[in-house]
Design a protein around this ligand. Sequence first.
Ligand code: AMP
Length: 307
Amino acid sequence: MSKLVIVGTVAFDAIETPFGKTDKILGGAATYIGLAASQFNADGAIVSVVGGDFPQEDITMLQNKGMNVEGLEIVKEGKTFFWSGKYHNDMNTRDTLATELNVLETFSPVVPDAYKDAEVVMLGNLHPMVQMGVIDQMNDPKLVVLDTMNFWMDIALDDLKKVIAKVDVITINDEEARQLSGEYSLVNAAKKIFTMGPKYVVIKKGEHGALIFHKDQMFFAPALPLAEVFDPTGAGDTFAGGFTGYLAKTGDYSFENMKRAIIHGSCLASFCVEKFGTERMQDLKREEVNKRLHQFKSLTQFDIQLT
Ligand code: AMP
């Protein structure tokens, strides 16, 4: 198994969906990525920052999931990154109500020495210059994956483009792919994004699954239709954690294996949305994942006679 470096926010979230509302609960891109990657027993290290207001029990929980937290800085006198969002009735779109960078504003990431030779780097959502700071510390990773969001396109596009130029894979949602490329068609958006650097483009479409593009090939992973979706927060990060956790576990970075990796990502994301925040991902058992992978297979498998 290869090592995995995960950078992203470790956060407090306040979420409102048509089913309820939460006060500040555990969230953050790196938290969801780490929880998803832990399903593969990936040897992962989280590189991030929190304030003195962050509970030790949440750090211990991440450690118990097998995550190395040497690179999780605690700024005692600072406040943890805070995000608040409200979902629309379709549960696929949301408004960001607040983004408070707090300790992230002055964060300078430090990758633990033992992880500088990691094969896979997952640059989760946070400031593009922090993502760049992590790339610069790595020895010679085999695969660098970047996730980002409209917030950074709006306030740090030039920096973001510099990081995009250095990565192998980008994972973004459909609206962000359109914003970044200026193309409406996702096929054309992927083509345009290839010219910015990445050889693989993954476009997440929420409840409509995810697409991966490479050269002139494409592959689609559905999202599992669920009877009840409580909170989509973190689904994209969980997808990315499943994708990179699977690739780190198998050590195979071919397009064929990436197809399996996006199915694993989609499968894990289907659990994330079943409860508020990280609750479902914290309790998730390997047997449940295996069972659901079978459901994914039968969802799209069909026999057809082609001439
Ligand atoms: P997702 O639903 O996959 O887009 O991820 C939501 C998670 O990303 C939440 O737990 C937030 O704490 C975190 N988040 C929201 N906005 C940002 C941002 N601008 N930068 C980094 N992380 C963010």
